[in-house]
Design a protein around this ligand. Structure first.
Ligand code: SF4
Ligand code: SF4
Length: 127
């Protein structure tokens, strides 16, 4: 590279705007279809375990007995497969990125208690 071109580029780099964003101080750009992080609407979950079985990185753990759903954010690659296979459409891929972390990133979601059994209708008393 000729010296003049090199100096011109170096000056442009020094005086120009940074090529990267100061994330997270400056929010990341989001586009249509940006895959930020996975969320669940736990109240609609039936604990079938489909999302766990299909997760390509074993990031999800479903416990039907305890009515819990867990995701390890450091394992999740945000492929969206869990959302595709959920029969209740209660997993979503949100466009916002999850905050960065250096520690464990397992998110635990406790589902609501099961609905009480419906009362059986009493037969009408014969007159
Ligand atoms: S696939 Fe959907 S309904 Fe089944 S356990 Fe996962 S989130 Fe719940
Ligand atoms: S988005 Fe992909 S990697 Fe992340 S939990 Fe769902 S299936 Fe697993």
């Amino acid at each position: 590279m000729p010296l003049f071109t090199m100096v011109k580029r170096a000056l442009a780099n020094v005086t120009g705007k940074p090529a990267t964003l100061m994330y997270p101080a400056t929010p990341a750009k989001r586009y249509e279809g940006t895959r930020g992080h996975v969320v669940i609407a736990i109240e609609d979950c039936i604990y079938c375990g489909n999302c766990q079985r299909h997760c390509v990185s074993q990031a999800i753990t479903v416990d039907r007995a305890a009515r819990t759903w867990e995701i390890d954010r450091l394992r999740c690659i945000i492929c969206g497969r869990c959302a595709e296979v959920c029969p209740k459409d209660c997993i979503f891929v949100e466009p916002d990125y999850h905050p960065s972390t250096t520690g464990p990133a397992v998110e635990f979601v406790q589902g609501p208690p099961p609905a009480p059994p419906k009362e059986e209708k009493k037969p009408k008393a014969e007159e």
